[in-house]
Design a protein around this ligand. Structure first.
Ligand code: DGY
Length: 321
């Protein structure tokens, strides 16, 4: 009998596929630095049973309509705003994501970005590389303290909680806002639930960990930045589209807020002439929230386990639809 075929939209280590080689035929897009072209994806999806894709692949109605025997889309990300999950459900296609395995690494990156932004690490590293370091001076590259400040976490999911745990180690006062109040987390993490307005106006650091949805589209807009302290540092490790980037640019340029650390952007990859890149008070990263070798490996392994369970007609481990 013919084995089910799985198409993998990025080059991944083939040794991760070995445990499944008796079960499936794998096809993979092999160019390291180039995403799979849409027409190739549209062509491949016609004859596959499973798709292992990444957050930049748009699995929309038109792609799903090309499929004939697709049973599972395993997204190598916790976020799944790149997939039309309702339409997939209508077509009987299971969609899975990769929660949990990436929470700690993503929280580490969120914290690192917050610290790099507050303590001006990029500027400082560049300063020394440029040969500008001639003297020690009392306020040379002086930044903002993190310890004992107030951190506002917007989105208290698994990653939000992991950030709160780290913040406690820094003696921070933790506020959070979430669709649903999470009383257990409040006790466990000594975090206080507040309305969004209060979070924005009271926090020294505001970090976005919300998924991108209709409700969070441009949640951080002109009004939101106006409510923040002038000394506030804004950090986004969720999705770029939760921020109105023009409003953020204006807020940073005009001194309405102090600085921003961004791992995600509305359009990715960000263009090198993007206005936010001109600003000294912004630290930008190329969407590396979960990018450790261990975590990315575990994400791929979870995708493969989900594919295997669905194709064996068992319940997926981490379904989203
Ligand atoms: C996710 O998994 O959604 C992250 O953004 C990937 O780093």
């Amino acid at each position: 009998m013919k084995k089910p075929t799985i198409f993998i939209t990025r080059k991944i280590p083939t040794k991760l596929l070995e445990p499944y080689s008796d079960l499936f035929d794998f096809k993979m897009w092999k160019k390291e630095d180039e995403p799979v072209p849409r027409e190739v994806l549209e062509d491949e999806v016609k004859q596959v049973d499973g798709l292992l894709c990444v957050l930049s692949d748009q699995v929309d109605q038109s792609l799903l309509n090309q499929s004939n025997q697709l049973k599972i889309v395993a997204n190598m990300a916790v976020g799944f705003d790149n997939i039309d999950i309702d339409y997939a459900k209508k077509m009987g296609v299971v969609v899975t994501n990769t929660p949990d395995v990436l929470s700690e690494s993503t929280a580490d990156l969120g914290f690192a970005l917050m610290m790099a932004t507050a303590r001006r690490l990029n500027e400082a590293a560049q300063y020394i590389k440029n040969g500008q370091w001639k003297n020690w001076a009392p306020f040379l590259l002086a930044g903002t303290d993190i310890h004992h400040k107030t951190l506002g976490i917007v989105g208290m999911g698994r990653i939000g909680e992991a950030i709160a745990r780290r913040a406690k180690g820094f003696g921070m006062n933790v506020l959070y806002h979430n669709r649903n109040r999470k009383r257990e987390a409040e006790v466990k993490l000594q975090a206080s639930y507040v309305q969004m307005e209060e979070l924005l106006s009271q926090s020294d650091f505001v970090i976005s960990v919300v998924p991108f949805t209709k409700e969070t589209n441009k949640l951080f807009n002109k009004e939101a930045f106006e409510k923040m302290k002038e000394s506030a540092v804004f950090v986004n490790i969720s999705r770029g589209a939760v921020v109105d980037e023009n409003a953020l640019y204006y807020a940073l340029k005009s001194g309405e807020i102090k600085a921003a650390g961004l791992d995600v952007f509305e359009q990715e990859p960000i263009k090198s002439d993007h206005p936010l890149l001109e600003l000294e008070n912004v630290v930008c990263l190329p969407h590396i929230g979960s990018a450790t070798v261990q975590t990315r490996t575990e994400m791929i392994e979870l995708c493969l386990k989900n594919i295997a369970t669905v194709l064996e007609e068992k319940a997926p481990l981490t379904p989203v639809n």
